[in-house]
Ligand binder design. Structure first.
Ligand SMILES: Cc1cc2nc3c(=O)[nH]c(=O)nc-3n(C[C@H](O)[C@H](O)[C@H](O)COP(=O)(O)O)c2cc1C
Ligand code: SF4
Length: 418
């Protein structure tokens, strides 16, 4: 399937981040329309449900359903947190939105706030993303000045404040409850659920947390109508998705494809195949936490359930392409090192497990490994995976590490003296 630029249709205009240029291309029309027509908030949630919009931050939870979990009739304030932490290795698609079309995100966030009855939204941006932070702050300031944010937007009586908040360089703060703690000025540790953020989130109030891309899609859903948007994708995964492709391909970058496209086509047709004519060894399909696919396994459909059926995950849609020269034991070790470094340390399985996976990787790379170490790795991974941890970071290390050993056992064994 070829590229389809719904979300990214204006990304190539260098002036799209300027409010007037964005307005000339239709920005804020959907917000203006729903406020002028006094569209029922529930009707927007229904459109998003009909669109089969899944969360694009990694877990793929249906966005409309998440919004409908927020209690109605509560006297507490409600909040929206836009998750722009984007720290998973391989993932850079939100950066492209923040830099190229910040008003698309602001409008999408405002539509979500109107639908859920929220009057304060936080845009939480990765600490290292200095340029995206600057661009989004400017876009928010411009939107305030034009009266698209603040009090009585478009004379509708609807008020919305948007605050840009920056992270401080911790991957864990992309996890939604760690993000909440970070936002509140606390240590960025994930919280035990329940209660879920929809009921008790920021400042102990009902909170929606959505990824940058998820919220940006809402504008296109309202432009096209939920059903038409869904039809672009598949029965269960509507619309399009941004795929960030990195590693050994001729044309790395961010590409927008309909849900249900082929990973093989993405790599070979759209990204021009493996760099320098080398052979494909493997693909990590959805960011560093997703189980690797071997070269002969990449003929899979890019949708959440199909990827799970293939033993991996769509994740954040960040495909890392590895050519024949890559050492899988090295990839295993750097992956484990990353998670060991980023673990917040609350749960024993994660704190100890990630560290031990890293140490075993170093042992094997150093030529001191024994075949029994591979069984130990698999045993550790099994104990880290599952539902015993406060958040999914431990499992997010276990899953790829397990797959590396299961699928490339001989390569690990080749580094061992018998
Ligand atoms: C360790 C960890 C890091 C995460 N980082 C991000 C992130 O940077 N951006 C993001 O949107 N979601 C991230 N998530 C997923 C969020 O917890 C949450 O599911 C997501 O923000 C919900 O938005 P969505 O439903 O629109 O995808 C992370 C999860 C984990 C466990
Ligand atoms: S799984 Fe890891 S990162 Fe998540 S709460 Fe437990 S120790 Fe912290």
């Amino acid at each position: 399937m070829p590229e389809l630029k719904l979300l990214s249709r204006n990304f190539h205009h260098p002036d799209q981040r300027d409010l007037q240029a964005a307005l000339n291309r239709g920005a804020y029309q959907q917000l203006k329309r729903v406020l002028a027509e006094k569209t029922a908030p529930e009707a927007i949630i229904e459109e998003v449900k009909a669109a089969k919009l899944r969360g694009q931050g990694g877990a793929g939870f249906p966005a409309g359903m998440k919004w409908s979990f927020v209690p109605k009739g509560t006297d507490k304030p409600k909040y929206l947190c836009v998750n722009g932490d984007e720290s998973e290795p391989g993932t850079f698609k939100d950066k492209v939105i923040l830099e190229n079309d910040p008003h698309l995100l602001i409008e999408g966030a405002a539509l979500c706030c109107y639908a859920v009855g929220i009057h304060t939204a936080y845009i939480y941006i990765r600490g290292e993303y200095h340029e995206p932070q600057r661009i989004v702050r400017q876009a928010v300031a411009d939107a305030y000045e034009a009266g698209f944010l603040g009090k009585n937007i478009f004379d509708s009586g609807f008020d919305l404040d948007v605050i840009v908040h920056t992270g401080a360089g911790a991957y864990i703060c992309g996890e939604e409850t760690a993000l909440l703690n970070s936002l509140e000025g606390l240590k960025g540790w994930p919280r035990i659920r329940p209660p879920f953020p929809a009921v008790k989130g920021a400042f102990a109030c009902p909170t929606v947390i959505n990824n940058v891309e998820t919220l940006s899609c809402v504008v296109r859903i309202l432009e096209m109508g939920g059903e038409a948007y869904r039809k672009v994708g598949t029965e269960k995964d509507g619309g399009t998705k941004l795929f960030a492709v990195s590693g050994h391909v001729e044309k790395p970058g961010t590409y927008e494809l309909p849900m249900g496209s082929s990973l093989k086509e993405l790599i070979f047709d759209i990204c021009g195949g493996v760099k320098g004519g080398k052979k494909l060894k493997a693909v990590i399909p959805g960011g560093s936490s997703t189980p690797v696919l071997k070269a002969d396994e990449v003929d899979v459909t890019l949708e959440f359930e199909a990827m799970m059926a293939a033993g991996t995950m769509l994740g954040s849609g960040a495909a890392i392409v590895l050519d024949e020269t890559v050492s899988i034991p090295e990839i295993f070790t750097v992956t484990a090192r990353f998670y060991a470094h980023e673990s917040c340390g609350q749960c024993t399985q994660c704190r100890e497990g990630c560290t031990w996976l890293y140490k075993l990787g170093l042992k094997i790379l150093g030529g001191h490994g024994k075949p029994a170490d591979l069984d130990l790795i698999l045993d550790l991974a099994d104990q880290m995976d599952g539902k015993q941890t406060v958040c999914p970071l431990g499992p997010a290390c276990a899953m790829p590490c397990r797959a590396f050993v299961q699928k490339f056992r001989d390569e690990f064994l080749s580094l061992m003296k018998s």
